[in-house]
Design a protein around this ligand. Structure first.
Ligand SMILES: Nc1ncnc2c1ncn2[C@@H]1O[C@H](COP(=O)(O)OP(=O)(O)OP(=O)(O)O)[C@@H](O)[C@H]1O
Ligand SMILES: [Mg+2]
Length: 235
């Protein structure tokens, strides 16, 4: 479904990604783990066209996207929930969800998907007329994910959904990630510093160090890997 081949991405003269290759099949949850500054966010921004790679190839559903504009990439079914849950603080929860559906005009489908989201996150239904900026951090993360779902993505890119949230809220969000993957057959590419959680929900994973992929395996094997345990699982 998504294929990165030898991606090299720069910020000016600084090279952030080095020959990054990643393969994601339809229906999978894939996680990318790594330390601060490893290049995880840059990988997602290269995929979604925000920081296009200087060289290499990215294909989504067979079509090259490494030279496409971000909005064209969204239109093809690839949605990015950025780090730090950037919702619209002055719009209500319901209006935030409508913004996620801005490329659609199937009113009935939009209504159905809104209902589905309110089932997934009952707290958002309760707060539907409240301004996004007044929500708790966890609720804002739920809203950010929900807004992306309103675009009916085939592939969802999630950047650090657990960042700064309480353990109970994190568990809730990860349960929903699994549910979204299973119920609406949405493929998920999950970037996390919380490697333990990410590997518990993912099918496969990639480890990134200093802009390079250094290891890839099934999530189970990575959880049991001694180097991964030492470096990322605090064992
Ligand atoms: N806008 C920018 N300009 C210059 N350098 C940048 C920029 N954004 C990131 N970098 C650099 O690129 C490298 C990769 O950063 P990136 O944000 O992708 O890491 P990350 O793995 O997402 O880290 P974190 O876990 O802290 O979110 C780092 O060395 C960082 O300093
Ligand atoms: Mg990051």
């Amino acid at each position: 479904m998504l294929k990165l081949k030898n991606i090299n991405t720069f910020y000016g003269n600084i090279q952030a990604l080095r020959d990054v290759s990643i393969d994601i099949s339809e229906g999978e949850i894939i996680t990318l783990i790594g330390a601060n500054g490893a290049g995880k966010t840059t990988t997602l921004m290269s995929i979604s066209g925000i920081v296009p790679p200087r060289s290499g190839e990215i294909r989504f559903m067979g079509a090259p996207i490494h030279q496409s504009r971000p909005d064209d990439i969204v239109r093809q079914g690839l949605c990015h929930v950025p780090e730090g849950r950037r919702i619209f603080p002055y719009l209500t929860v319901a209006e935030n969800l409508d913004m996620g559906a801005f490329l659609r005009n199937d009113k009935e489908g939009i209504r159905r998907d809104t209902e589905y989201i309110f089932e997934l996150f009952p707290i958002l239904a309760e707060r539907r007329n409240q301004a996004g900026g007044t929500l708790s951090g966890g609720e804002q993360q739920m809203l950010a994910i929900s807004r992306a779902l309103m675009a009916q993505p085939r592939l969802l890119l999630l950047d650090e959904p657990s960042l700064g949230l309480a353990p109970l809220v994190i568990r809730q969000i990860f349960d929903i990630i699994r549910k979204i993957n299973q119920e609406s057959n949405t493929t998920i590419f999950l970037v996390e510093q919380n490697a333990n959680l990410a590997l518990q929900v993912a099918h496969r994973g990639y480890v990134m160090e200093n802009g390079k992929i250094t290891l890839t395996d099934s999530a189970q094997a990575l959880l049991a890997n001694e180097d991964v345990k030492k470096a990322y699982l605090g064992m």
